[in-house]
Design a protein around this ligand. Structure first.
Ligand SMILES: N[C@@H](CCC(=O)N[C@@H](CS)C(=O)NCC(=O)O)C(=O)O
Length: 200
């Protein structure tokens, strides 16, 4: 079986996938692209991701882009019983909800806010919520629990925690609310994250 090929760049959302690869203890080939040098726009890389964006992952016959899709694929393929909830499990719906909430709803909200931009405004077409609403939902959902699904760490925490770290520390538009700060502090202690952090 061919080694997993992971296409990454520093800094980028590739950190999320890198973290999960380390959590899973997988053997993978790290292809770190230099975005400044436009290595993500070469014909070789565009054959992997025609959008020329990272992260991407190739495993056997599967070519994946989209951070959350890669996380779901890795967690389910390599350790469904630990970092993901399998089909039929009572918590699978909540797991999927939070795995996708991070990149689909929280991340655009954080970016738009950091750039001082309005989305589609009150048109009803904006596919994500305002930052204040997103923040309230995350605080309410994380209150009184160690991880987003309770006491069990999963790939949803890798995705959501990375987004919260981004909004607290890298593009700091989220409030330094103790629930968010403590959640990220808890996640940042994980040995797998520390491996990734050492590459930053
Ligand atoms: N929706 C994609 C977004 C990927 C993305 O925008 N990646 C950025 C780095 S964080 C990128 O490759 N930017 C380089 C470019 O667009 O030229 C995902 O979730 O993986």
């Amino acid at each position: 079986m061919a080694k997993i090929q992971f296409y990454h760049a520093v800094p980028s959302r590739g950190f999320v996938v890198h973290w999960l690869l380390e959590e899973l203890g997988l053997d993978y080939e790290l292809n770190c692209l230099d975005l400044e040098a436009q290595e993500h726009k070469t014909p070789e890389y565009l054959a992997v991701n025609p959008l020329g964006k990272v992260p991407a992952l190739v495993h056997d016959t599967s070519v994946l882009t989209e951070t959350a899709a890669i996380c779901l694929y890795l967690a389910e393929t390599f350790d469904s019983g630990r970092l993901a909830f399998p089909v039929g499990h009572a918590d699978r719906g909540a797991f999927l909800r939070w795995l996708f909430f991070a990149p689909v709803t929280a991340e655009p909200s954080i970016i738009m806010s950091a750039l001082g931009q309005q989305g589609a405004g009150d048109s009803g077409y904006q596919p994500f919520a305002d930052l204040s609403e997103v923040t309230q939902v995350m605080i309410a959902s994380l209150s009184g629990r160690d991880f987003i699904l309770g006491d069990r760490f999963t790939a949803a925490d890798v995705m959501l925690g990375s987004t919260i770290n981004w909004g607290l520390n890298l593009m700091p538009v989220l409030p330094q609310h103790p629930v968010l700060v403590d959640y990220w502090a808890r996640l940042a202690q994980r040995p797998a994250w520390q491996v990734v952090q050492a590459t930053m």
